[in-house]
Design a protein around this ligand. Structure first.
Ligand SMILES: *[C@@H]1O[C@H](CO)[C@@H](O)[C@H](O)[C@H]1NC(C)=O
Ligand SMILES: *[C@@H]1O[C@H](CO)[C@@H](O)[C@H](O)[C@H]1NC(C)=O
Ligand SMILES: *[C@@H]1O[C@H](CO)[C@@H](O)[C@H](O)[C@H]1NC(C)=O
Ligand SMILES: *[C@@H]1O[C@H](CO)[C@@H](O)[C@H](O)[C@H]1NC(C)=O
Ligand SMILES: *[C@@H]1O[C@H](CO)[C@@H](O)[C@H](O)[C@H]1NC(C)=O
Length: 532
């Protein structure tokens, strides 16, 4: 996955409360307040505010850019999770928070922030997009589907960096292409809409959509499995396809398979995973499938190659998928990384991107995290340095459920300690000779989607102090790790209680050098402060 549906009701509730309350305080405030109110902590934060010490930047090689160039939850169409922007080193850190229901942050080349956005409309929760001032976190422009009742899959949207178009689907079967313009005012305007309801199979929801370099608009059905009261109904089939620039629709259906993650794309090749569903999900050692698709003749698509992977016996505790839980990540133009759902220990599996005829498609495979306590629902981060690709994975076996209203904001769903810990970096030799563990941090828990800054060599994630969870105290931290060694460099306390729970939302790094983290209560931004 990647990312699960953030809980939005609460954010909207807070936003509505904030909008109603501030007048009194504000009229007395001396300085004019710009942007949304800060996120309140719902418990008293304790524990040190800052642990560790500031890092010295250790620049890595620049990220490998695929095409078309795009920004998404995993930073690009290849889902590398890497970005070349600077990010906080830990010097006099400044924390800014805002009650603003933004989900998945993406920046244009010129530095304009655009994000998924939710508000309470007349008929309930309304999904849209927003252009945002990343300094004040104020909204600059909003866009909503014309038809109500569209649940936007903002977790799987993309921003195309050459054109500033945003491609976003709705579960109900629409693809929207929205143009962001910043000349003469900031605007978000719908430029294309495709209704795929008649193309999808019974019970299927639309999930992924991405443009390739030929302007083919690829799409897939899919959804996330139920976990702790959340998720989509099982889909017994999947649909993949694309729309040519002239409108010709290409489609292929797959029985007893369900898309449970994002897809990867480079050039005109799509990389996609399915998990077993329907009859195929029943029984031991089920197979899931990994596909490389390309454009096909007539109204077909071409399967360039496909492999079965080990999907194990069952959905693991805390997981949102029956098969692989993670969106595939491209390792340059050579390999592609997936994680499976094998019993006991899940595996990182590396394949060649191009079809192998005389040798195995698989390059190497490594079981990760302790036996019986291993699961992955977050896409790998992948970065090439010298003659190897580093692949970073987070364990989330027995992860707590998403927030839902009936358990209360400070309820046990905040307890990250129930989730098995572990983050690991595995190195894949560029010459294809194998893969091996570079380092492992056995006691760190990250349930959000982390991000690497190649500018300074740090990996940014979001975690929780373990000790206080015994007493039901939920204290949250941004944590920075050294990509080279895995060592924790610093962590910064952000707040306490359910409002500061990331609830599986991703982190992001902006062109302004800030690290941004989505949480239940809104958005957190961390920057280096001025030198003292
Ligand atoms: C999409 O098309 C279907 C018919 O195939 C129609 O029932 C539905 O209203 C359309 N949805 C939108 C949002 O236009
Ligand atoms: C999927 O298969 C299961 C078991 O055969 C069945 O109960 C369910 O109704 C099917 N769902 C759809 C959408 O066809
Ligand atoms: C799964 O297996 C059980 C036991 O063999 C059987 O009763 C059930 O109908 C099967 N379900 C599906 C969807 O095949
Ligand atoms: C992307 O595909 C193009 C061909 O369309 C190729 O030249 C390039 O090396 C690929 N890049 C990556 C990162 O896969
Ligand atoms: C949080 O989870 C840990 C591990 O399961 C458990 O030991 C602890 O008691 C839990 N905290 C609360 C308040 O239930």
């Amino acid at each position: 996955m990647s990312m699960r549906r953030p809980c939005l009701l609460l954010i909207c509730f807070l936003a509505a409360t904030a909008a109603a309350v501030p007048a009194v305080g504000q009229s007395q405030a001396k300085e004019k307040r710009a942007g949304p109110l800060p996120i309140p902590s719902l418990q008293i934060p304790f524990g040190e505010k800052f642990i560790g010490s500031a890092a010295t930047a250790k620049p890595l090689e620049s990220k490998i850019k695929g095409s078309p160039q795009a920004f998404n939850m995993h930073q690009d169409g290849g889902n590398t999770g890497t970005i070349d922007y600077p990010a906080p080193l830990g010097r006099n850190l400044e924390l800014k928070t805002g009650i603003q229901s933004l989900h998945i942050l993406m920046w244009t080349r010129s530095g304009q922030l655009v994000a998924g956005y939710t508000k309470i409309g007349l008929s309930g929760l309304q999904w849209g997009l927003a252009a945002v001032d990343d300094e004040t976190l104020e909204l600059q422009a909003e866009w909503y589907p014309e038809r109500e009742g569209q649940t936007l899959n903002v977790a799987y949207m993309e921003l195309l960096l050459d054109t500033d178009e945003i491609v976003v689907t709705s579960k109900e079967g629409q693809i929207y292409v929205v143009q962001l313009t910043t000349e003469g005012g900031i605007n978000l305007d719908l430029t294309r809409m495709e209704n795929l309801t008649s193309v999808l199979g019974p019970g299927e929801l639309l999930m992924n959509a991405m443009y390739d370099t030929q302007k083919n608009l690829w799409f897939s059905s899919g959804g996330l499995r139920a976990q702790g009261g959340h998720g989509d109904a099982e889909q017994n089939s999947s649909t993949f396809g694309y729309i040519e620039p002239d409108g010709t629709v290409h489609v292929q259906h797959f029985q007893d398979q369900m898309v449970e993650n994002g897809i990867g794309l480079n050039g005109t090749t799509v990389f996609a995973l399915t998990g077993p569903s329907g009859a195929a999900a029943n029984g031991s050692r089920a197979d899931g499938y990994f596909y490389a698709f390309g454009p096909g003749p007539g109204t077909s698509i071409t399967t360039l190659w496909s492999v079965a992977y080990d999907a194990g016996d069952t959905q693991k505790p805390g997981s949102y998928s029956r098969g692989s839980g993670a969106t595939p990540a491209l390792l340059g133009d050579q390999y592609v990384a997936i994680t499976d759902n094998a019993n006991g220990q899940v595996n990182l599996v590396i394949y060649h991107q191009t079809k192998q005829t005389d040798s195995p498609q698989t390059v190497c495979q490594v079981p990760v995290f302790p036996e019986g306590k291993s699961n992955i629902d977050i896409a790998p981060l992948a970065h090439k340095q010298g003659d190897k690709y580093g692949v970073f994975l987070c364990n989330d076996y027995n992860a707590p459920p998403l927030y839902y209203l009936d358990t209360g904001l400070n309820g046990d769903w905040n307890n990250l300690t129930q989730m098995e810990p572990g983050v690991i970096r595995i190195d894949v030799a560029a010459d294809g000779s194998g893969c091996e563990v570079a380092w492992e941090v056995p006691d760190l828990r990250i349930q959000s989607v982390p991000v690497i800054s190649t500018n300074n060599g740090l990996v940014y994630g979001y975690t929780q102090a373990v000790g206080p969870t015994k007493y039901g105290k939920w204290t949250w931290y941004v944590v920075a790790l050294d990509w080279e060694t895995g060592e924790e460099v610093w962590r910064l306390r952000t707040g306490a209680g359910g409002t500061y729970n990331d609830d599986y939302q991703p982190g992001a790094i902006g062109p302004d050098g800030g690290f941004y983290q989505g949480v239940i209560g809104g958005i957190i931004k961390v920057t280096d402060g001025p030198d003292e």
